[in-house]
Design a protein around this ligand. Structure first.
Ligand SMILES: *[C@@H]1O[C@H](CO)[C@@H](O)[C@H](O)[C@H]1NC(C)=O
Ligand SMILES: *[C@@H]1O[C@H](CO)[C@@H](O)[C@H](O)[C@H]1NC(C)=O
Ligand SMILES: *[C@@H]1O[C@H](CO)[C@@H](O)[C@H](O)[C@H]1NC(C)=O
Ligand SMILES: *[C@@H]1O[C@H](CO)[C@@H](O)[C@H](O)[C@H]1NC(C)=O
Ligand SMILES: *[C@@H]1O[C@H](CO)[C@@H](O)[C@H](O)[C@H]1NC(C)=O
Ligand SMILES: *[C@@H]1O[C@H](CO)[C@@H](O)[C@H](O)[C@H]1NC(C)=O
Ligand SMILES: *[C@@H]1O[C@H](CO)[C@@H](O)[C@H](O)[C@H]1NC(C)=O
Ligand SMILES: *[C@@H]1O[C@H](CO)[C@@H](O)[C@H](O)[C@H]1NC(C)=O
Length: 688
């Protein structure tokens, strides 16, 4: 009976992959599943003492994998991206799992059928099944912490409501939450293990745990035991780390060690072989490019350096295996980009919206120079040699007509339409996470306003902060200049404390709004960096030195349902003459089949763009990113709605273009290990 089921599965698979148009030059070669599973799915991925190669079902395998995260690419584009990966000669796809999306509220799970803004992205099971349909094996990295330039490294923000809970540590309240999440996640996927006829050949335990300061082997063991007890007991388990961290984050006797690096493959693989002799060498994260922070230049890594390093990884000296991180980066939609911490002021470096990563496939899934280079080297070293699908065509891009919005909601209009649960009262300044909303999970993303009426005299000074992360003060609805340690005369500040002076403001009573944006929770760092509530968590507000208490607190989450319910728009002929913060709305028409496009917000300063209620992410004129990717599945034929929340100063027009502009390209010095990003010391944060 079991045998019959396996044969039936196999037939479907073989037909599935053969239905995809195949590269005629390789038509005589087998598909992945024809080669590895024609006799059934008996043994999984194995490490054989002394062999540089893995084996799968007893046959030698050099893993050639690419990272494509289901939560960074619209599901209607998954198949296209997977096929482009397979067409490069890769045999495997790797994905992380974003816990913060799958459990947006404590105990409320979403695997694609929820009512959340990202729900359509969340059928991880469908994604893994699709990988198999596209003739790929799967390396599965369910965290629970994933780093990945993703808010809080994928951890749900509400974990922080429990003061006893210590993330990534052997801390009972944390382990209890991990267990609940894995109980919801893993049983859906156990049948997708290779040994049960599915594509999953390996499962990663934690992520770069050796880079963490409060490491505990008990925690690693706990995760190993947990995934096994939930049925992942016939799949290779491994960890991935910068080899400079040695074995502090792993259990060498139970887990395969894989290495993360961008350059110096010899040094990294030699160190890996020292830690773990006679085993295959694998670069679990071979960094094909890099990500960007706001205020910095756009990083790129040369195709030449990429090719040179890949040649060593796959070449005969090591016969190593690789996972391109990223093969296709995609987008940090909404408020989901992560951040780095640093030692110098402001000690905080939020990431941009694009996760193009300078990878072989661009953010829009187009073929970059590195794609051709990867194919050239894979052709030389792939093992076994397998068939390939024909490369899918690139998507159509369109520059839709420019939009000149004439509908808006003023700041007061926006506040007036906030739902009841977004309004509360507190005695002392507070954090988003601690608000009593979202069924006891607090506010995860967006903006938080502390509102207070104060009596001032000429020369009064209001002090507020540190703001987490980006703040400004409005007095009677108008953004105020503020001073930073007596210098500058700017309007906003980041992760710091500032003063607003009431000189020459005569009226006695004023409405003060301390407006704070959560710019992203840090995704990489030490235990201290993972304590990161947003808003005014340890914030002080003083007026002429005396603490201010008793605030109305207003939470702006910008959830799709709320944005789509906004009404009573006003009209004007000149949006750019209006004061921010404000919401601007317009429509634009799409004729024919929707095409990919890029929105250019030149002339605007800082905010978010939503198309048909879907939050595409942040724009900010400090760059480097100049355009936002709009995947075609977000658009519809006919009328589409464009909504912009501008925090500082509106422009007048919004334009579309056919090509992205991620800013000035600057080649990064290649990194040898994964460590917190060095801040740009020449950048004067006081003069923003
Ligand atoms: C692996 O092979 C090496 C070299 O042949 C040998 O010294 C070692 O004992 C073997 N280890 C195991 C676990 O078999
Ligand atoms: C693996 O897990 C499955 C499902 O939980 C169980 O039936 C099986 O006995 C386990 N196998 C081993 C070797 O532990
Ligand atoms: C790599 O594979 C080639 C071809 O099979 C073989 O000649 C070579 O010895 C292998 N290298 C190592 C380090 O095992
Ligand atoms: C709130 O959470 C509880 C359990 O945590 C659940 O039973 C209840 O259905 C939730 N309510 C809503 C409105 O989601
Ligand atoms: C306040 O007004 C005085 C007199 O007009 C002027 O000299 C001073 O610069 C003003 N201060 C500010 C902060 O605008
Ligand atoms: C406020 O005080 C400043 C400095 O003492 C003074 O120059 C200014 O005229 C005052 N403004 C008003 C409106 O009283
Ligand atoms: C719109 O307002 C801006 C700012 O006040 C002004 O510079 C611009 O000339 C106005 N444009 C039109 C067409 O009136
Ligand atoms: C979009 O299409 C609608 C309905 O066909 C039409 O009324 C409207 O004028 C069009 N708008 C633009 C900007 O072309």
């Amino acid at each position: 009976m079991l045998k019959f089921a396996l044969v039936a599965t196999l037939l479907v698979l073989v037909q599935g992959s053969r239905n995809v148009p195949q590269d005629p030059n390789r038509a005589d070669l087998p598909t992945v599943y024809e080669y590895f599973a024609s006799n059934g799915f008996n043994t999984g991925l194995e490490v054989n003492n002394g062999s540089t190669l893995f084996s799968l079902n007893g046959k030698p395998l050099k893993i050639i994998s690419g990272a494509i995260h289901y939560f960074r690419t619209h599901p209607d584009q998954w198949r296209d991206r997977l096929r482009k990966l397979r067409a490069a000669g890769a045999n495997t796809v790797e994905t992380y799992v974003a816990w913060n999306l799958h459990e947006p509220k404590k105990d409320e799970f979403d695997f694609g059928h929820g009512n959340n803004d990202m729900s359509v992205f969340l059928s991880v099971k469908k994604y893994i099944q699709m990988a198999q349909e596209e003739d790929l094996l799967v390396l599965f990295r369910p965290g629970p912490y994933i780093c990945s330039e993703w808010d809080f490294g994928g951890l749900p923000s509400w974990l922080q409501r429990d003061p006893e809970l210590k993330v990534r540590q052997y801390s009972a309240p944390y382990l209890e939450r991990v267990e609940k999440f894995y109980q919801a996640l893993l049983p859906q996927l156990v049948d997708l293990q290779f040994t049960r006829g599915g594509p999953i050949i390996g499962l990663q335990i934690e992520n770069e745990y050796g880079s963490f300061d409060a490491v505990s082997k008990d925690y690693v063991q706990y995760l190993v035991d947990l995934v096994k007890s939930l049925g992942f007991n016939r799949t290779l388990l491994y960890t991935s780390d910068g080899v400079g961290n040695g074995d502090r984050g792993t259990l060498l006797d139970q887990l395969l060690y894989t290495a993360n690096f961008q350059s110096n493959p010899e040094g990294n693989f030699d160190a890996l072989l020292k830690l773990q002799p006679n085993k295959p060498t694998m670069a679990m994260e071979f960094w094909t490019g890099w990500f960007d922070h706001w205020f910095e230049d756009h990083s790129t890594v040369s195709t030449e350096a990429f090719g040179r390093n890949l040649e060593v990884i796959l070449g005969e000296k090591y016969n190593g295996s690789v996972n391109f991180y990223m093969f296709h980066g995609g987008t940090n939609f909404g408020f989901l980009a992560g951040a780095n911490s640093g030692n110098d002021a402001p000690g905080y470096y939020p990431d941009i919206t694009s996760y193009d990563y300078d990878a072989p496939l661009t953010e829009a899934g187009d073929y970059g120079d590195k794609y051709a280079k990867a194919v050239e080297i894979i052709d030389k070293y792939e093992l076994p040699k397998l068939s390939r699908p024909i490369r899918p065509a690139e998507s159509t891009k369109k520059a839709y007509n420019p939009v000149t919005p004439n509908r808006y909601l003023s700041y007061a209009d926006i506040i007036a339409q906030l739902p009841g649960e977004a309004r509360s009262f507190v005695t002392n300044p507070t954090s988003m996470e601690d608000l009593n909303m979202n069924n006891g999970s607090g506010q995860s993303y967006g903006y938080l306003i502390h509102r207070k009426q104060v009596s001032t005299k000429n020369g009064s000074v209001l002090k507020a902060g540190p703001v987490k992360d980006f703040g400004f003060v409005l007095v009677d609805g108008v953004i105020q200049p503020s001073s930073f340690r007596g210098e500058g005369n700017d309007r906003y500040w980041i992760n710091n404390e500032k003063e607003v002076s009431f000189e020459n403001i005569t009226e006695e009573w004023h409405n003060i709004d301390i407006f704070v944006e959560n710019m992203a929770r840090v995704n990489f760092g030490y235990a201290k960096d993972f304590l990161q509530k947003k808003g005014l968590p340890d914030g002080k507000v003083t007026l002429d030195g005396a603490p201010v208490q008793g605030f109305e607190v207003l939470a702006l989450e910008f959830k799709t349902t709320w944005v789509n319910s906004l009404q009573n728009f006003r009209t004007t002929q000149n949006i750019s003459a209006l004061a921010a913060p404000l919401i601007v709305q317009s429509t634009f028409n799409v004729t024919g089949t929707p095409a990919d496009t890029f929105i250019n917000m030149a002339g605007w300063e800082k905010g978010i763009v939503l198309v048909n209620g879907f939050n595409l992410g942040r724009y900010w004129n400090v760059g480097p990113q100049q355009t936002l990717y709009v995947p075609s599945p977000i658009l519809r034929t006919g009328q589409n709605t464009l909504t912009v929340f501008e925090q500082l100063k509106p422009g007048s027009q919004i334009t579309f273009q056919e090509t992205p502009n991620l800013g000035l390209h600057v080649e990064r010095p290649v990194k040898t290990d994964y460590s917190p990003i060095k801040p740009n010391k020449n950048f004067n944060w006081g003069q923003l």
